[in-house]
Design a binder for this molecule. Structure first.
Ligand code: DER
Length: 237
């Protein structure tokens, strides 16, 4: 089946499993797969008259617009910081459920909102499922950095862990990508053959002055739903 159909299968399975009448606050991730999640929630709200007074907390301007465009109730962490379930995509999921996220450049807000949720549900098509990080996703691990510090941070990461960290340049704007938070992004292409302890890598990179957040989501996912090429949904937990 087509990738979008696989994404839709994963999204539907996750929403129907994790968004119930008891769900008061749901965190909405960013990217292309999450669109199918918001579509399904809206279908339940507007076609089935279900999930009344449920609040959706966005993880980006994109997620915020999705919520508004579907006339769902918009919330924020100021008023709704106890989130029942956070649903989001991923760029890659390894066998230990370590995630690479940030392909869409929203990793900082995604990690913040995810950290406020009781359950973190990841949805993806089959191309995101790997044994080892880097098998499928070749664009590197996104890292959100203060604009003034991207060069020293780049050097520090390469000294510590090898590989190459590249400033993410915009396609439809001259110059670097600027995130929703006004920061730059480095994409760190790590050494594929090298054994990394991702927990330690995440900590070490996070401690470099000027690093706001990494796209390594370690020990954060509760369950992952993969839409498979044969039309089935595989659940990893
Ligand atoms: O940028 C992000 O973190 C997105 O959630 C990404 O990881 C998944 O994007 P996709 O659903 O478009 O593949």
């Amino acid at each position: 089946i087509a990738l979008d159909a696989a994404k839709k299968l994963a999204a539907r399975a996750a929403v129907d499993q994790w968004v119930t009448e008891e769900t008061k606050v749901v965190g909405i991730g960013s990217g292309s797969t999450i669109v199918f999640v918001v579509d399904r929630i809206a279908e339940r709200v507007w076609k089935e008259g279900a999930l009344s007074d449920m609040i959706c907390v966005p993880s980006s301007y994109q997620a915020r617009k999705l919520i508004l465009d579907h006339n769902l109730t918009l919330g924020d962490l100021d008023r709704n910081c106890r989130i029942d379930v956070y649903i989001d995509g991923a760029d890659e999921v390894d066998s230990g459920m370590v995630l690479i996220k940030g392909g869409g450049g929203c990793l900082m807000q995604e990690k913040i909102v995810a950290s406020c949720a009781k359950s973190v549900i990841i949805i993806a098509d089959y191309t995101k499922k790997s044994l080892r990080l880097g098998e499928q996703w070749c664009k590197g691990i996104p890292i959100e950095v203060a604009p003034m510090a991207y060069v020293p941070i780049k050097h520090k990461i390469e000294e510590l862990f090898g590989g190459e960290a590249q400033l993410r340049i915009a396609l439809k704007k001259a110059g670097p990508i600027v995130t929703d938070n006004g920061n730059f992004l480095l994409d760190w292409r790590f050494v594929a053959k090298r054994e990394y302890n991702w927990y330690e890598v995440n900590l070490a990179i996070s401690m470099i002055p000027g690093v706001l957040e990494t796209g390594l989501f370690v020990d954060m996912a509760t369950k992952c739903y993969f839409g498979m090429a044969d039309g089935t949904v595989k659940v990893q937990s």
